[in-house]
Design a protein around this ligand. Structure first.
Ligand code: PLP
Length: 448
């Protein structure tokens, strides 16, 4: 049925196709093998020729509840009919309810500012941080520190926090005041030795940097709990705990970028929750917040930070507006998405099936080209090398071949890393969190 529907839709597309679309890579070419998806259900989508693929990267790691959930589509439609649009220079019920829900899920007391994407959620965080320090007598605190290999978005501020040379080189110089520190990457760390110790030394690099820069100049540290776009780099929880302590000690706000790791992807509701006792000052999120059904970004800020922005007659409010941020339909979708995550115990499911099913991929460590298998929940990175001793990254052509072979067999996986600038030698696997056991078996068997 899906295939028939796809064929009908495709004939419609073909009539109208004139190749004026600039996708993230190039101009859409209807005559080449360019992927054109026309429909989807569960973890699978169908291309224009009617071929089915398991989406092993959940779109762009966002489609956490999979394709085609009727109740989410209905929530959006109902909200659009009821209140099509309303700006958050004032209020509407879905935004108020969602902000409350986010605070509850984060396990603290947070105020949330809405936007439309992960990049914007981070931009919003940067502006809040600078103004916060300005309004608390620390005007000199303006620098942001992030880690090499991090990805924080595509807009100029978020890209400046992103520290993969290959993504930045064509657009540098970035915004001033963005610094980068050594990541907790034990597989290739210069510190060597015990991996946990090596991660803790990476944390120590942050403190050294703050000291050398002068803590009175450092505003915030931004981190993904698990570096995702930079090759799925998974630190020990102690690293995150140590970093949180360092930030607190130096009055450096801790921004946790949960754009990928939020809402169950890693087997906890949020990635930072793997590190007991850590409560970030600011949490940014997007992707899994709506499972990609509509665009929505969110910047959740501890209430004590928000208090500095309370209207007091002085001009101390946050001078920042987003026309579509917190769109009523997107908030309604997020609320339905969260309701399903809770009702279907998605977080526990990811924790268990991540181990029982996707965890089988650890056996690939026996393969000569697999340097390391890194996994947290439904987020996996296989670091590919020419041989285990030299750890030379597997070249782009071979990586492309692996991804291409999987595609031939009906499985979409990704590659990223920028291990050496431009070398994407980490295979990425991040299927929808609702994938059936049969789906997960298919992922494992195909990759094997
Ligand atoms: N932060 C992280 C960790 C991401 O992986 C991404 C996107 O992949 C972003 C931010 C940017 O999100 P968006 O593409 O919605 O702007």
């Amino acid at each position: 049925q899906i295939m028939m529907k796809a064929e009908v839709e495709m004939s419609h597309v073909a009539e109208k196709t004139t190749s004026h679309l600039w996708n993230a890579m190039h101009r859409y070419n209807p005559d080449a093998q360019d992927m054109m998806a026309v429909s989807g259900e569960g973890s699978w989508f169908v291309d224009a020729d009617g071929k089915k693929y398991l989406d092993g990267v959940s779109g762009l790691w966002c489609l956490n509840l999979g394709y085609g959930r009727q109740e989410i589509a209905d929530a959006a439609a109902e909200q659009m009919r009821k209140l099509t649009y309303f700006p958050l220079t004032m209020n509407h019920p879905p935004a108020v309810e969602l902000a409350g829900k986010i605070s509850q899920l984060l396990g603290g007391d947070y105020q949330t500012f809405f936007s439309n994407s992960g990049s914007e959620a981070n931009e919003t965080a940067f502006k809040i941080v600078r103004q916060y320090h300005n309004q608390t007598g620390n005007q000199g605190k303006y620098k942001f520190i992030s880690r090499y290999r991090a990805y924080h978005g595509s807009t100029l501020g978020a890209l400046s926090a992103t520290a993969q040379a290959n993504r930045r080189v064509k657009y540098d110089p970035g915004a001033p005041g963005f610094l980068h520190v050594y990541p907790p990457y034990s597989y290739r760390s210069i510190f060597g030795g015990d991996p946990e110790e090596s991660d803790l030394k990476a944390a120590q690099m942050l403190e050294e940097m703050i000291n050398w820069e002068g803590e009175e100049t450092v505003a915030a540290f931004i981190m993904e709990p698990f570096i995702s776009g930079g090759g799925v780099i998974i630190p020990f929880p102690k690293y995150i705990q140590r970093v949180a302590e360092i930030c607190k000690k130096h009055n450096v706000l801790l921004i946790m970028d949960e754009v990928v790791s939020g809402y169950g992807r890693t087997g906890k509701m949020f990635g930072f929750m793997h590190a007991e006792g850590v409560q970030p000052d600011i949490v940014t999120m997007a992707k899994g917040l709506t499972s990609g059904y509509l665009p929505l970004g969110a910047t959740a800020v501890k209430s004590e930070i928000y208090d500095v922005f309370k209207q007091t007659g002085k001009d101390n409010h946050f001078r920042h507006v987003s026309t579509y941020g917190g769109h009523p339909a997107a908030c309604a979708v997020a609320l339905k998405n969260i309701e399903i995550i809770e009702k279907e115990n998605i977080v526990e499911r990811v924790h268990e099936l991540g181990k029982a099913k996707l965890g089988k991929l650890h056996a690939l460590m026996d393969h000569e080209n697999v340097g390391e298998v890194r996994q947290v929940g439904f987020l996996l990175g296989l670091e590919m090398v020419t041989d285990k001793q030299s750890k030379v990254p597997l070249d782009e052509a071979k990586m492309g071949e692996i991804v291409g072979k999987c595609k031939e067999k009906g499985l979409i996986i990704g590659k990223n890393g920028d291990t050496v600038p431009g070398q994407n030698n980490v295979l990425i696997i991040a299927p929808p969190l609702t994938s059936t056991e049969a789906d997960l078996n298919f992922v494992v068997e195909t990759v094997e």
